[in-house]
Design a protein around this ligand. Sequence first.
Ligand SMILES: [Zn+2]
Length: 440
Amino acid sequence: MQGWGDAGLTALAAAASLGAMWDSLWINARLATMTAGTPFGLIDRGAVGLSAGRIVWLGDMVALPAAPVALARVVHDAHSKVMTPGLVDCHTHIVYVGDGLSDFEILTRGGTRADMLAAGGGILGLAMRTRRAEPERIAAESRKRVARLVAAGVTTMESKSGAGLDLETELTTMRISRQLGRELPLTVVSTYLGAHAIAPEYRDRLDDYVEFMARTVLPAAMREGLVDAVDGFCDAWGYSPQQMTRLFEAATAHGLPVKLHAEQYRDFGAAEVVARFRGLSADHLEYIGEPAIRAMAEAGTVATLLPGANWTLGETKRPPVALLRRHGVPIALATNCNPVSSPTTSPTMMMNMGCRMFGLTTEEALAAFTRVGAQALGLQASRGTIEIGKVADLALWDVEKPGELAASIADNPCLAVIKGGTVIYRASEPSFEAATHGQA
Ligand SMILES: [Zn+2]
């Protein structure tokens, strides 16, 4: 282990003779537990003990029940760096092929999302090329992005379908989401988003497509165990509140939670629909009004804000953060990783944008990617904070104060990622040296 140290070998010998209690122990960590009460839930000179994939001890170093080497088989020294819960990215469209360059260039020439669609791009362009692609290629391209998320501190990710719209491609992309979760490894929540856009085959028969999703795709995905939640795009150029209600009734019949892309371009009644189903989250929310915010507060629905899309699409309307706060609606942030409107795998950049564009505090921004992000996926009982009993998903950062994570632009200060107690990523300098032959 480089830089941040590892007393592993010494600890192994000592622990073997003493009968260690824990699999591993991190010492000298500035623990941002993200539990409520104190700012960032900070334990300044903290230690955290991990066993069988869970957090089994945490507290001030001085409260450790014995010398570190006597407590765990491996002891890691965090050298006073900040350790947070593993980040939770609760809104991504990360499984797809190709790039969004032609869409981006339309935006750089002053075009809009409608111009992208008119040029055969946008979500439909994405769907057409993903339909044509071999599953291996979709998986290979998506794996690179997911690996970048892991290297940026993410241990739990939501992955939406919706990059195919037809039965076969939707099932393929959801299988890939499951596969990537096993391979990387990270926890993947797979969301069925057939209602992402209007499939060209159904352009004039939207109600038929809603029935196709409810009666054909969703049951097929359920039979394969591919889906954990159902989402849609509820807007004048997407699905109506009535159509989403029909799809959500089907989801509920399968015992699935729901969420919704809501009020991104106008106040359309979408957030009320998701609140009526006591949904996990309503996402975007630039144009949400106070009655819908009140409904979300009563339903316990999280507001997931997506500054990457707001930025890329050149929107000037911002979500009403002060109103959300006033009504006690928890605020999550996410990368919204997708090639059209939010081509990023940088949670810390989204934290920065959340602060500077939407007015979040640095603590709210980190909570948005940890405690509240977990709540937006229904995983708050097991993830999102550093607490005894929770899954041992952690991230170690090259910063001294947790607020720094949101303060820098497009940096990735992630030093290490711990998933279920195991270090799955550690930062290292890339090498570009080619092999050399002959004389030295
Ligand atoms: Zn989205």
